[in-house]
Design a protein around this ligand. Sequence first.
Ligand SMILES: *Cc1c(COP(=O)(O)O)cnc(C)c1O
Length: 374
Amino acid sequence: MTPLAPGVLREAVIDTDAITANVRHLRRTTGTDVLAVVKADGYGHGAVRSACAALAGGATRLGVTDLSEAFELREAGIDAPILSWLHAPGTSFAHAVASGIELGISRMGQLHDAADAASADRPAVLHLKLETGLGRNGIAPGETAAVFAEAARLERTGRVRVIGLFSHLSNTSPEEDRASLARFRAAADAASAAGLSPRIHHLAATQAALSLPETRLDCVRVGLGIYGLSPFDDRTSSELGLRPAMTLRAAVIAVRRVDAGHGVSYGYTYRTPRETTLVLVPIGYADGVPRQASDAGPVTIGGRRYQVSGRIAMDQFVVDVGNAAVRVGDEVVLFGDPEAGVPAVEEWAAAASTINYETVTRIGPRVPRRQVGA
Ligand SMILES: *Cc1c(COP(=O)(O)O)cnc(C)c1O
């Protein structure tokens, strides 16, 4: 990887070739279409670049939660199918329908709002979302018959077109997920009986797509995996054939030789055990580096591993590098592809008692993203 440019405090390097390769690999492994999930600014990687890279790898559809996220993709010139599935009460779907955004529908009121937004030449294109056990969004089992019947009626008027049926799994256990799959299949049969003929049944996100083949159906909705990260505690990215796309790094901005017993950062949770060298790293919890990983988060500097010494502050943290010859301007890598000898994001997640999803997604707007790859 190229060195940090002069004047750069911190950056997240995003390897879009890795995203493209991950999507290609996931398509081959699952044997189904891939809907690439690029919500939350592409899990912190940048929504537009992640979407373009995923499409280059053969994703056939993009997924976001908010309509504003879908509009951002359209405004960037992306014309692939986009599904958006979380809507504020009172949302008008007119702009969404006019922009060709597919809508996830979780209740009768939304179905009517979508139909109201259709125009003579443009029906609202819908994926009906079913509640099959996650306890979140979706058409409840007791409501499906009425919603299916109404959707079929609206389809005959030309105001809506139901192209998809979907749900989301809890990843609690294979047994629980299979029970959700059985509920999903029963609902899909009921939808057919009501006169609907959705082409795309989709249920699995990354974890089920890679571990429960029977949940793959017509399409898998993959988020974490396209960014090269593993949803499993006991399987790494490389064991899954995936490559992490984000490398988080910063430049050493100060180096100081200190005596034994020197307190470091707020609260002196770390005191130097001997004469040593402290280096200052200009990235902190305002940038998404979890304060909970104080005195624990790993870094590499000049190919050697160290860990954060003392509390992580809003904008910076300190690393005790012993007697290593670290200099101002040297690169500090917080996480990246462990195959390249740098810490894995999962180590930071573990140090902060969270998961890799949260760690990458929370990397903040003060961290410039530098894209490498096509
Ligand atoms: C976020 C999300 C996904 C993607 O999940 P991953 O575990 O990141 O693959 C899929 N479907 C829905 C409904 C989601 O909210």
